[in-house]
Design a protein around this ligand. Structure first.
Ligand code: ATP
Length: 250
């Protein structure tokens, strides 16, 4: 049924990925044989009831955690074969992250926060690219400010710029609008949409919010560790209806 979601140009591919936490009687199967491809230049939202495996999916797909079995590939790179140092390097150089808590360094300016991943990787900043990113996220004129001088939405824009600065193959978001009020959240979601449409970036975002999910091209629904449904060109109502059917709001 999900075959049409797995074309050849996948940036990320999970094959039969399972994740079991703990052992014996206390073992919890958080993911069960999940197979999915994330096409290049797509915006994917991952939804599901609490405990359905969303965070585990994101962590396995992004090389933050290892599956118990199965394969995770970023481009042609098989992640399960990598050691911790290699995974750290891969995350730094090839993956962008945007979290609910913006995770900015308070003592650094906007520009210094954005370019931090490059400095950690020992890579020179491409000034023209940086200017373009800063402009795209709407922070021109704020580059010397510190995080405390910015609103929540502006801080998340810094985090998005930081996620984009190394030209990653994919950006993973874990509830990126979870800490924002609705209006600000919509601005940030529109920015993520624009990053996909304008830069061809691939974005995968875990969210509880049907409005947030409606900005994506495809919504994947997890239940009990499995992808049980997907919706393309989602509307808020379609997403809310699916979530209700999965028992998320009852
Ligand atoms: N470190 C862990 N040790 C043991 N069990 C865990 C661990 N992390 C997650 N789990 C269990 O795995 C299952 C999936 O958890 P996960 O956090 O991926 O779900 P989720 O959909 O992200 O939930 P939520 O929406 O509440 O954040 C749950 O049953 C959870 O209790």
């Amino acid at each position: 049924m999900l075959g049409r979601l797995v074309p050849m140009n996948n940036v990320v591919r999970l094959d039969a990925v399972s994740k079991v936490y703990g052992r014996g009687q206390s073992a919890v199967a958080a993911l069960r044989e999940v197979t999915i491809g994330i096409p290049k230049g797509s915006f994917t939202a991952v939804m599901g009831p609490s405990g359905s495996g969303k965070s585990t999916f994101l962590h396995c797909a992004a090389g933050l955690d290892r599956p118990t079995s199965g394969s995770v590939r970023l481009g042609d790179t098989e992640l399960s074969a990598m050691n911790e140092t290699e995974l750290t390097e891969l995350r730094r150089e090839r993956i962008g992250f945007v979290f609910q808590a913006f995770n900015l360094v308070p003592s650094l300016t906007v520009t210094q926060n954005i370019t931090l991943p490059l400095r950690l990787a020992g890579v020179r900043t491409d000034e023209a690219w940086l200017r373009g990113i800063v402009e795209r996220v709407g922070l021109t004129g704020r580059t010397d400010h510190r995080p405390a001088q910015l609103s929540g939405g502006q801080q998340q824009r810094v985090a998005i710029a930081r996620a984009l600065v190394a030209r990653p193959e994919v950006v993973f978001g874990d509830e990126p609008t979870g800490a924002l009020d609705m209006m600000t959240a919509r601005d940030v979601l529109a920015l993520l949409r624009e990053v996909v449409d304008g830069l061809g970036q691939t974005v995968v975002m875990v969210t509880h919010d049907p409005i947030a999910a409606s900005y994506a091209d495809t919504v994947l629904f997890l239940a009990d560790g499995r992808i049980v449904d997907s919706v393309t060109a989602p509307t808020v109502d379609m997403v809310a209806e699916r979530m209700t059917r999965l028992g998320a709001y009852v």
